[in-house]
Design a binder for this molecule. Structure first.
Ligand code: PLP
Length: 388
């Protein structure tokens, strides 16, 4: 039957004329995303190639090798998941957790709760230990919980973006080996900006994101698992209950077979390669030192303005600082003013810290002395105008 003219009649009710896409100038000094390096944005805008093009297949191997360097790991199964940090978080749990496995989560902030929620969706027997938001776990507390719950997996957030705490890692991996459980680590706010030694720390599974310490836009979630985690995955009695994140399938694409799994976001991987290349050219140790010294400059400046920092200096995260909101200050109005008048984004508190702290991120490309001085200057000159 011939197509009639009327079958092409388009409903115009959602048709509007828009301007071409452009974005306002922003300095992203919040909990993430951070600004991307301009060279990374250039790589992102290159013309796509096919996801099985020999050129792209070579680039994939380079991304994997650069990720191994940045995480300090030899793990074969090191893959940037298509999706954000939460996709990679989900991949760690989906691949190793079987129904009724006990999964112990150390919760000391917002993202520990997310881990517990996700693990429960994979029908784990979820047990938790909790610390106040702003504190870290001691080895004794972890050992007591491992003894009590005998978990198959112990999951922990290294750099808690909701509190500004960095969990000391020495000794935790050894305890997990002693108790025959896997150690799973969230490194979303630490990769690239804070010392991370996955193999030395005996971390079995880890994940991260592209949009913070790596100076890349959001869209990829680096994932890694070692041989111990692989063994647990391979001994499953049922399939991984998530097709998209099943590492045994993904590895047919990222491993030596190179067969189609899903259409890779090739441009995001161009960008990630460039971001990791820039980081490796700087040198991991240099990047860690840069983040540390800029954070210390911020902490010193805030202290000299009589502003209190939420976390003890020993456990403070160089990539994310939590500043207590002085009483009588309209904290939301201050955040809005920064964005509207200076194009600067900082974060408010999450969960139990909502209304109590501001969160200032100095991550990747944005960890710079001039950004520290800019934000300190605004706090110094503007904060008093926000007394309620
Ligand atoms: C510690 C931590 N874990 C996980 C996530 C989730 O990552 P995404 O928002 O990229 O999905 C975030 C996001 O900021 C985070 O800070």
């Amino acid at each position: 039957m011939a197509t009639t003219q009327s079958s092409f009649t388009v409903d115009q009710s959602h048709f509007k004329v828009f301007e071409p896409t452009s974005t306002p100038d922003r300095l992203l000094l919040g909990p993430g995303p951070s600004n991307a390096d301009p060279q990374v944005l250039q790589a992102l805008s290159l013309s796509p190639v096919g996801h099985l093009d020999p050129f792209y297949v070579g680039l994939m191997s380079e991304v994997q090798e650069l990720l191994r360097y940045c995480w300090q790991t030899d793990n074969r199964l090191t893959i940037p998941m298509s999706g954000t940090g939460s996709a990679a978080m989900e991949a760690t749990l989906a691949n190793v957790v079987e129904p009724q496995d006990t999964v112990l989560i150390g919760i000391k902030g917002y993202f520990g709760h997310r881990l517990a929620d996700m693990a429960s969706r994979y029908r784990a027997n979820v047990e938790t230990i909790e610390k106040e938001w702003g504190q870290v776990f001691s080895l004794d507390e972890i050992e007591a919980a491992l003894n009590k719950y005998q978990p198959k997996v112990f999951a922990l957030v290294h750099a808690e973006t909701s509190t500004g705490v960095c969990q000391p890692m020495e000794g935790i991996g050894e305890l997990c080996r002693k108790h025959n459980c896997l150690l799973l680590l969230d490194t979303v706010t630490s990769l690239g900006g804070v010392p991370l030694f996955l193999d030395k720390w005996k971390v079995d599974l880890a994940y991260s994101c592209s949009q913070k310490g790596l100076s890349c836009p959001p869209g990829l979630g680096p994932f890694t698992m070692n041989k111990r985690a692989e063994e647990k995955m391979n001994s499953r009695s049922e399939k991984v209950p998530n097709w998209y994140l099943d590492v045994s399938l993904l590895n047919k694409y990222w491993g030596s077979d190179r067969v189609y799994h899903h259409t890779a976001p090739v441009n995001m991987n161009f960008a990630l390669r460039e971001a990791l290349r820039i980081l490796s050219q700087e040198g991991l140790d240099k990047s860690w030192q840069r983040h540390r010294s800029n954070a210390e400059r911020l902490w010193k400046g805030l202290n000299s303005l009589n502003l209190e920092l939420h976390v003890d200096e020993e456990y403070r995260l160089p990539t994310l600082t939590t500043v207590r909101i002085p009483s009588g200050i309209d904290s939301k109005a201050f955040i809005i003013h920064l964005l509207n008048n200076y194009g600067i984004e900082i974060g408010g508190g999450l969960g139990s810290l909502a209304g109590k702290v501001w969160r200032i991120g100095l991550m990747g490309y944005n960890s710079r002395k001039e950004n520290v001085d800019k934000i300190l200057n605004i706090f110094e000159t503007e904060l008093d105008n926000f007394k309620k």
